[in-house]
Design a protein around this ligand. Structure first.
Ligand code: ATP
Ligand code: MG
Length: 632
């Protein structure tokens, strides 16, 4: 990297430094990796356990690690029950707003009541500890209640994005052999009603395992109910079985909590299994430290609960930490592109956590929309899902964060359960880098032979240690889990292969530059998709971009790019040439794209990630592969 291309560094303000929950990184990091078990045991002590663990980390069957084995806990005991005994009891747990403006609030006490009733209903339908309940819902409070109700009685939830197709839902129900499905009549998106129940009906026809379907009345759609199978939740809640008292079942620390599928960006989604103990410890610790959570905070993670980000940082981490969480069911730009900024102002949101794709999507409409609103309640901002390009980072920081909010860029995966690489609010920031490992974690970049590469060299990102939030396996496929993610070194140690390519710079900052399989080899040089896309998006007329490598006889790969222009800019041949030159200027001639194609939309997963494999398959006229997670 030449000097001019060196990233800016943003230092935290005095105010941020003075109030930080963790006010020093280096020494604590050193302690956490040298005394890993001790460090995690100390964090686990902050939670309520029915019975303390015998061992912090059991490595005897690596890579199938166990955390806090012998311990008994229930995540709901920590996310809900313990708050009822202190000042949090009457504190707001959930603020929910629907797209068309309906608002519902639940205190921790109110949340407990709903979760207990739901848990009793599930029990009355024969759900037992270890059963897998499939949940297919819009982003409404009942989705959270259903998840917590399952966990409370030791059942396992499998949440499927509301919006996935019949086929995707049916295959997940089959995979889990679910007897019970929880769904809703429908949801709202961009002023349109989404008819969830008919999709659920079609899925249930294909999946004979479902015996009971519990349906929440959300938007009042006229839906088909099968009388012996389908029940309205409000009818069940009116029965004596739905008592608002329900004991939380102690579960073993290693008992399964949920199955959740990866986003399907690089291939068929993998069903990851997470457990009660380690996951409780990991999500709450990372959330508290990275986002400096304070008792009075209003926290808004604007993801869908159907994505790991929603599980860990809408529901479990924040509730364990006793935060007030914001839920919004609807599109960010409906009816106007100021919807999110209005929500921040109306509810006094202190922390917003979202994805680069959402940021770029809103940035496209210009500054005037956020400028209409008082965003001064914001203290911190967060990003997750993809590398955030510096252009979007600066806009987020300057316009939304009013130059004062640090941006917590968190690198992690469905598999990791929680943040693996992220700054603390006190960390000096470089736009586009998720900065440094979270406590307890050691990461490195290696070449094809597994040797660590030099500083600033690109290679495969690996994690050298187990951590409490790690998935325990791929559901029903231990062998694949071990093979896909883990390798053993000659000295007996194990490494987790993340599947991303990355670099580590002179300051130890980690830069994720793309997916391992998507690194482009052009005339012997290796280029990350994130770098090329970021160069394109740094052009003032470009809103979004995707880069793929297509086979080329001489160069190995030729770079093909797809570009969405900002609102109001027309595509032209001149602009196409200008963009090619622009990338060449930003990154060096070698990176000049062979083709720039203007498009209206990019194929994305429901979690907002660009599916480059689909672009590539289309360009080559090949089979597009698993499209179950593709956003329409
Ligand atoms: P699949 O594994 O099915 O292909 P996926 O990897 O997109 O899908 P997720 O678990 O939702 O499924 O996403 C994890 C991936 O998202 C990471 O491996 C990484 O590529 C990307 N990612 C997440 N956060 C960041 C971040 N802050 N910076 C860069 N990349 C990120
Ligand atoms: Mg992945």
């Amino acid at each position: 990297m030449n000097d001019a291309a060196k990233p800016d560094i943003f230092y935290p303000s005095e105010e941020v430094l003075n109030q930080a929950n963790v006010n020093e990184y280096e020494e604590m990091y050193k302690y956490s990796v040298e005394n890993r078990e001790q460090f995690w045991a100390e964090q686990a002590e902050t939670l309520n356990w029915f019975k303390k663990w015998d061992t912090v980390l059991d490595e005897s069957n690596a890579p199938f690690y166990k955390w806090f084995d012998g311990g008994q806990i229930n995540i709901v005991h920590n996310a809900v029950d313990r708050h009822l005994e202190n000042a949090n009891r009457n504190k707001m747990a959930i603020i929910w707003e629907s797209e068309h403006g309906e608002v519902r609030n639940f205190s921790y006490n109110g949340l407990n009541r709903e979760v207990c009733k739901f848990a009793n209903v599930l029990r009355s339908m024969g759900v037992e500890k270890g059963d897998i309940v499939t949940i297919y819902m819009p982003q409404i409070p009942e989705l959270v209640f259903a998840m917590l109700a399952c966990a409370k009685i030791g059942a396992i939830h499998s949440v499927v994005y509301g919006g996935f197709s019949t086929e995707a839902l049916a295959s997940r129900i089959d995979d889990a052999h679910s007897r019970v499905l929880v769904t809703a009549d429908g949801g709202w998106r961009r002023g349109k009603q989404i008819d969830l129940k008919s999709i659920a009906n079609a899925a249930m026809e294909r999946s004979p395992s479902i015996e009971v379907c519990i349906c929440v009345k959300n938007n009042g759609l006229d839906v088909e109910m099968e009388p012996t199978r389908d029940f309205w939740l409000h009818d069940l809640f009116a029965l004596p079985i739905a008592s608002s008292k329900c004991e939380t079942v102690p579960t073993d620390a290693e008992d399964p909590l949920f199955i959740l599928y990866t986003s399907g960006t690089t291939g068929k989604p993998k069903g990851m299994l997470h457990t009660h103990g380690g996951y409780s410890v990991y999500t709450s610790t990372t959330h508290r430290m990275a986002f400096d959570i304070k008792p009075q905070d209003r926290w808004w993670c604007a993801a869908d609960p159907g994505w790991i980000t929603g599980h860990s940082y809408i529901v479990y981490g924040p509730l364990i930490n006793g935060a007030t969480i914001m839920l919004y069911e609807g599109a960010p730009n409906y009816p106007y592109p100021n919807r999110w900024w209005q929500i921040i102002e109306n509810y006094g949101i202190n922390i917003l956590y979202t994805s680069p794709t959402a940021i770029r999507g809103l940035m496209r409409f210009g500054d005037r929309w956020p400028k209409k609103h008082d965003l001064s309640s914001l203290r911190l901002l967060g990003s997750v899902g993809e590398p955030i390009n510096p252009e979007a980072w600066r806009w987020y920081h300057n316009v939304i964060g009013q130059d004062k909010c640090p941006i917590i860029d968190t690198w992690w995966q469905t598999e990791t359960g929680g943040f693996m690489v992220c700054p603390l609010p006190i960390t000096p920031l470089k736009p586009g880098s998720a900065t440094k490992p979270f406590f307890g974690n050691e990461l490195a970049v290696v070449d094809d032979d597994g040797e660590e590469v030099e500083v600033n060299e690109e290679g495969k990102l690996i994690i050298k240690n187990p951590w409490p939030g790690m998935a325990r396996t791929i559901f029903k496929d231990d062998a694949r889990y071990a093979e896909l993610y883990w390798s053993q070194r000659e000295d007996g140690s194990w490494r987790y292969l993340a599947g991303d390519s990355a670099k580590i710079d002179d300051d130890g900052y980690i830069w994720v530059i793309g997916r391992m399989d998507e690194v482009l080899k052009v005339s012997g040089y290796r280029l990350g998709t994130a770098e090329i896309e970021s160069a394109l998006v740094s052009h003032p007329k470009v809103s979004e971009a995707a880069a793929v490598g297509l086979p080329h006889e001489l160069k190995g790969n030729a770079i093909h790019t797809y570009v969405i222009l900002i609102d109001g800019v027309e595509p032209s041949k001149e602009l196409m040439l200008e963009l090619k030159t622009h990338v060449g200027n930003e990154m060096g001639k070698i990176a000049t794209p062979e083709a720039v194609e203007f498009v209206e939309a990019l194929p994305k997963t429901r979690s907002g990630k660009i599916m480059r494999r689909v672009l590539k398959a289309r360009a080559l006229g090949q089979d597009e592969g698993d499209l179950s997670t593709l956003e329409e």
